[in-house]
Design a protein around this ligand. Structure first.
Ligand code: SAM
Length: 203
């Protein structure tokens, strides 16, 4: 297959996944986070920010932050912000390995289908722990080997040069337990698309 066709297929695959499937399937997972009007929430690897906008729309007084490595994604997220007039979302180009916020700042951190792209998991987990409040929670949602999202990831991996890691449900539990307490997990619909792993910062 020519490079041109491969990059077109990869673009279509990304648009279907990020612009259509994630906002439709993953909204109900974002709704499970017990956010209040006075909460501070960070979305790590926010992409174009659908989850930030969803939360900011529901909780008009919550402070919502989206960070992403990709400058292009953040520019698009900011554009959509001005289009819809959100005042309570702030975006920054930043890595999970170096989060530009003070210690104990956030009540909730979330990472939706971003963790599987992270290079340095230990550094990222200790950064998330640092910026979370005592009692704050990390909601990590991602694809796993036996789920529908894992099938999409295999297709993308065949088309892309940078590959997504496909962890098992147990891997996510172990990563979370290294940094957080009270860890719980659940498979996410439809068709066990992914797995949600949640941990709490307890000293
Ligand atoms: C598959 S997209 C998911 C975007 C969005 N969370 C969603 O649900 O549609 C993964 C995103 O994670 C970002 N990303 C990858 N590694 C990252 C890291 N270490 N820190 C911050 N963002 C990262 C990528 O740039 C990309 O925008």
């Amino acid at each position: 297959m020519s490079k041109n066709i491969i990059s077109k297929l990869a673009w279509i695959d990304a648009r279907i996944e990020l612009d259509i499937l994630h906002p439709i399937f993953l909204k109900s997972v974002a709704d499970e986070i017990p956010i209040r009007e006075d909460s501070r929430v960070i979305d790590i690897g926010c992409g174009m920010g659908w989850a930030c906008r969803h939360i900011a729309r529901r909780y008009e007084n919550a402070e919502v932050v989206g960070i992403d490595l990709s400058e292009d994604a953040i520019l698009k997220a900011r554009k959509l912000n001005s289009k819809y007039g959100f005042k309570n979302i702030f975006y920054a180009v930043a890595s999970s390995e170096s989060i530009p916020f003070p210690d104990n700042y956030f009540d909730y951190a979330m990472a939706f289908v971003s963790f599987s792209w992270w290079k340095n998991i230990d550094k990222s987990m200790s950064e998330i722990r640092r910026v979370l409040n005592h009692g704050g929670e990390f909601y990590l949602l991602d694809i796993y080997g036996g789920g529908l999202g894992g099938i999409f990831a295999r297709v993308s991996n065949a088309l892309l040069t940078s590959k997504e890691k496909i962890y098992s449900v147990d891997d996510y539990r172990k990563f979370m337990e290294k940094a957080f307490s009270g860890v719980w997990q659940k498979k996410v619909k439809p068709f066990r698309w992914g797995v949600l792993t949640v941990g709490k910062k307890v000293d």
